[in-house]
Design a protein around this ligand. Structure first.
Ligand SMILES: Cc1cc2nc3c(=O)[nH]c(=O)nc-3n(C[C@H](O)[C@H](O)[C@H](O)COP(=O)(O)OP(=O)(O)OC[C@H]3O[C@@H](n4cnc5c(N)ncnc54)[C@H](O)[C@@H]3O)c2cc1C
Length: 198
């Protein structure tokens, strides 16, 4: 799994603080460290709209379609994903769940190879990518670029870093949480412990 933070709103915390202070008309000049007390207060009050003013974009690769299918359910997020219509999967890579036992790894790999041959067979029979993909597994690797505002990232982390979430999306979201926490510590301070559950 590779997760790259492609871009983030410059001075993300200051942007949020400025948005919120617009509501309260509480000081046009923002001190260097005023976010430290102010942003956690907004969170504790449930005043989360200001957090919609800062954004981040991630490129995620080496993850399964099983994982991306869950991720794209988050509706407040912009998504661009590798197409299985425009891109052929003759040589698809796949993710093997860690729960596959050591003695079963070869069998898992053989099954993936069989599916690959099936896909190629149907392509040779004349099916287009969009139909040949019907035999592809959920394990098939994908690449996906996502953008969302910080309010939505907070929601996603709450849902997906939880121990109730599936291991792969939990791992991906925990990595994203750590990266965003490094940039905007006050926005994600109350959530960073969730990343340790991955
Ligand atoms: C542990 C776990 C198990 C799951 N299991 C299943 C499952 O078995 N089957 C399944 O289908 N899905 C499952 N899901 C996915 C889940 O149903 C949601 O699709 C997913 O959490 C994204 O939707 P969301 O509302 O949480 O947040 P987002 O789509 O990211 O939206 C963020 C927030 O915006 C608001 N919002 C967004 N759209 C609307 C709207 N139309 N109306 C009102 N408010 C809105 C809500 O407050 C929402 O929480 C599971 C999720 C988790 C975390």
């Amino acid at each position: 799994m590779q997760i790259e933070l492609v871009s983030v709103t410059p001075d993300a915390e200051k942007v949020i603080e400025r948005a919120a202070r617009t509501c309260y008309q509480s000081g046009a000049l923002i001190a260097d460290d005023s976010c430290k007390a102010f942003l956690p207060k907004l969170i504790s009050m449930g005043h989360l709209t200001p957090f919609e003013h800062s954004y981040a974009t991630f490129m995620i690769s080496g993850v399964s379609r099983a994982m991306t299918h869950q991720l794209v359910r988050h509706r407040m997020m912009a998504v661009c994903q590798k197409s299985q219509r425009y891109v052929t999967e003759n040589n698809f890579e796949y993710v093997m769940p860690p729960s596959v036992k050591q003695e079963d790894i070869a069998e898992f790999k053989n099954d993936m190879e069989s599916i690959k041959q099936m896909y190629i067979k149907w392509k040779k029979k004349g099916l287009r990518n969009e139909d040949a993909r019907f035999v592809l597994p959920n394990a098939c690797e994908s690449e996906i670029m996502i953008s969302a505002n910080f309010r939505e990232f907070r929601h996603i982390f709450q849902m997906r870093c939880s121990k109730h979430a599936q291991w792969e999306i939990r791992e991906a979201c925990s990595i994203m949480l750590r990266k965003l926490h490094a940039i905007a510590p006050e926005v994600f301070a109350d959530q960073i412990s969730l990343a340790d559950q991955a």
